[in-house]
Design a protein around this ligand. Structure first.
Ligand SMILES: C[S@@+](CC[C@H](N)C(=O)[O-])C[C@H]1O[C@@H](n2cnc3c(N)ncnc32)[C@H](O)[C@@H]1O
Length: 296
């Protein structure tokens, strides 16, 4: 049994709880037996704020579950990685709360009716990575027109909107995720950008406005879609030449494309790595062909 120990169907007396804990989880029974059961249960009561004999033990089982998961993680990946993971989760939760939005959790595209072979599911990027990457854009904030391709629930858009950018746009294929992003933008605290908008569209069909000068992609798609999107960015640059910066997380797909398609105008200007496994490249589009080739 792994249900709620405070379930009303079961009795709630001290012995009842004690035996159910022992029977349901043999390893706990052993600990209880060895470590003076009254003391242990009192400690558990304190830790889990279980008020009286009749109180629920739900929190206690939650505590055990979390502890078991944490221990399994430490055994598999080691203590350093565990502390990194803890920090990563804490920082992401903290910023979601600070901004008053909800962007956590992974969403499989197949579960929301999207069947695209070169699209990547929704997973939000870590807040630290966004903050760091934005520092490398050599344009003053008031001149930035920002576009996030594959904006999902709007985490990147929300962070961009806390800067005094001229304009912040998101493009997302899923209507479901885009609705969540809109709600998040409506609730957003610390907003400084005036124009913030999330548009539901396939990125490949989206015509890049000719004032956009920072394009952000957190590994949203690859293959033909990525190529079409890069062609659209270059077309926007050709229509109105201006400094344009591309921030690309996980850069391996992007660099392969630049090389294979010979996009010589796209030059890498910086790269960095973030926990858990993000590689980030920052690129500039310029008139002169760069190291990648001499193509468009
Ligand atoms: C890895 S998530 C990135 C989410 C968001 N940018 C962030 O960092 O928090 C990739 C997102 O790209 C979206 N996506 C995938 N293919 C797309 C396409 N062809 N056009 C627009 N969005 C797409 C997915 O629905 C998903 O929300």
């Amino acid at each position: 049994m792994n249900g709620n120990l405070g379930d009303k169907r079961h009795g709630r007396g001290f012995l009842n709880i004690f035996y159910r804990v022992c029977l349901t989880r043999p390893q706990n029974g052993l600990i209880l037996y060895r470590a003076n059961r009254v003391h242990y249960i009192r400690r558990a009561h304190g830790k889990c704020r279980i008020r009286s004999r009749g109180g629920r033990l739900t929190r206690l089982t939650q505590y055990w579950r979390v502890r078991d998961k944490a221990w399994a993680f430490v055994r598999e990946f080691g203590i350093t990685r565990f502390l990194q993971e803890l920090d990563y989760r804490f920082v992401n939760d903290y910023h979601d709360r600070r901004l008053g939005i909800e962007t956590n959790g992974m969403v499989r595209l197949a579960d929301i009716g999207i069947d695209r072979e070169d699209s990547v599911e929704y997973t939000p990027i870590g807040y630290s990575a966004i903050h760091h990457a934005l520092k490398y854009i050599p344009i003053s904030a008031a001149d930035v027109s920002f576009l996030d391709f594959g904006s999902g629930k709007g985490r990147v858009i929300a962070v961009a909107a806390t800067h005094p950018f001229r304009k912040v746009l998101g493009v997302e294929i899923s209507a479901h995720l885009n609705r969540i992003a809109k709600t998040n933008i409506d609730r957003l605290r610390h907003r400084r950008a005036k124009h913030v908008e999330v548009i539901q569209s396939d990125a490949a069909d989206f015509v890049v406005p000719d004032d956009i000068n920072v394009v952000f992609l957190f590994n949203p798609f690859f293959g033909k879609t990525l190529k079409k999107v890069v062609d659209n960015i270059l077309a926007s640059y050709t229509a109105r030449p201006r400094p344009v910066y591309i921030i690309f997380f996980n850069k391996i797909h992007f660099e392969r494309l630049i090389k294979d398609a010979g996009y010589g105008r796209i030059r890498p200007i910086h790269h960095m790595y973030f926990y858990p496994s993000y590689s980030c490249g920052i690129y500039e589009i310029g008139n002169e062909p760069g190291i990648a080739g001499t193509g468009p």
